[in-house]
Design a protein around this ligand. Structure first.
Ligand code: F6P
Length: 346
């Protein structure tokens, strides 16, 4: 580490759920690697599947032009988890062994893994197997440990906020309770931020246990106080006592029964992950990508690029792997929202 090594050959893959900003990150790594360090850049198809099946191609600078604003990933993605044991038979070919073999056959000096928690854990395990790996955190969920923010999150919050803004007018016209369910896996970051940005009256997140009766009482009180409608922003990961339906559907029935007020639900779904990244995500992803190439040039492997206190830094993958960054119930945003009368159901 320390001295810059030019002319390395690097592979880039994108894995896990897609999100806005991935192409900006690919462009950031690729252009910096080519222009500044004279590296060769190999684009690997469909996450770890491409490394297992040897599906890849060399990228030119032209391949990276015009992709900054594109949603999705030009490389394709998959949820392949190579370290997950599928069979216990004697002849089972271990995928990590194949990956290591192919990494060597391809003559790679480093593998850049762009992904969320699952991908970064795999990246760490591959580093343990002796591969040179650098991670870049991406996910709309914002739940990667070791970084203040992941790209994709800001775009998702923008999309969710616009959707909730639109629910206000229809809720007002019909004097209804409107429930919107947002993504986030087991974390409530998207619901918290877009709930606050759009003035949600109730925000339910997995990290704060809610009582449906308290929620119903609060909504009835709002109607008694002549507030014509209410907006409930609900994270997909909240616990409900029913398996076969979505949290929004469950709550819609329950809240309507408990309050007697007409209630409707919307599940925003994959719209939150689609389309062009926000300017903030473009900037963040570009910085992460470029910083990843700088790490590789210094042969500073086994790290993930991150944002801490508004500065681009790197953290060991070992510190990140297997952890999830959740909303703390005493997060300042939660407390501020509570001070203003928003309830979280606790
Ligand atoms: O991690 C991103 C995310 O969109 C989560 O918010 C959601 O729970 C999950 O992916 C959906 O996964 P899939 O694309 O496999 O349906």
């Amino acid at each position: 580490m320390g001295k810059v090594k030019n002319g390395q050959k690097i592979g880039i893959l994108t894995a896990g759920g897609d999100c806005p900003g991935i192409n900006a990150a690919i462009r950031g790594v690729g252009k910096t690697a080519m222009v500044k360090y004279g590296m060769k850049v190999i684009g690997i198809s469909d996450g770890f599947t491409g490394l297992i099946n040897k599906e890849y191609r060399e990228l030119s600078e032209n391949d990276l032009s015009g992709i900054l604003t594109l949603g999705g990933t030009i490389l394709g993605t998959s949820r392949e988890k190579p370290f997950k044991r599928e069979g216990k038979g004697k002849n089972e070919i271990r995928k990590p062994v194949l990956i290591k073999e192919h990494y060597e056959q391809m003559g790679l000096d480093c593998l850049v893994c762009i992904g969320g928690n699952g991908t970064l854990k795999t990246a760490y395990l591959l580093a343990q197997e002796g591969l040179n790996v650098v991670g870049i955190p991406k996910t709309i969920d914002n739940d990667v440990w070791g970084t203040d923010i992941t790209f994709g999150f800001d775009s998702a919050v923008n999309i969710a906020t616009e959707a909730i803004d639109r629910l206000h007018s229809t809720a007002n016209s019909h004097k209804r309770i409107m429930i919107i369910e947002l993504m986030g896996h087991n974390a409530g970051w998207i619901a918290l931020y877009s709930g606050i940005a759009s003035g949600g009256d109730v925000i339910l997140i997995p990290e704060i246990e809610y009582d449906e009766k308290k929620v119903a009482e609060y909504l009835q009180k709002r109607f008694r106080e002549n507030k014509p409608y209410s907006i409930m922003v609900v994270a997909e990961g909240i616990r409900i006592p029913a398996k076969e339906i979505s949290p929004a559907r469950y709550l819609s029935r329950k809240i309507s029964d408990l309050t007697g007020i007409e209630t409707r639900e919307t599940v925003l779904g994959y719209i939150q992950r689609g389309g062009s990244p926000s300017p903030m995500d473009r900037v963040l992803a570009t910085q992460y990508g470029s910083a990843a190439a700088d790490l590789i040039a210094k042969c500073d492997y086994g790290k993930m690029v991150a944002l801490k206190n508004n500065e681009i830094v790197s953290v060991p993958l070992e510190e990140v792997a297997g952890k999830t960054k959740l909303v703390k119930p005493d997060n300042p945003l939660v407390l501020k929202a509570k001070n203003m009368g928003t309830i979280f159901g606790d």
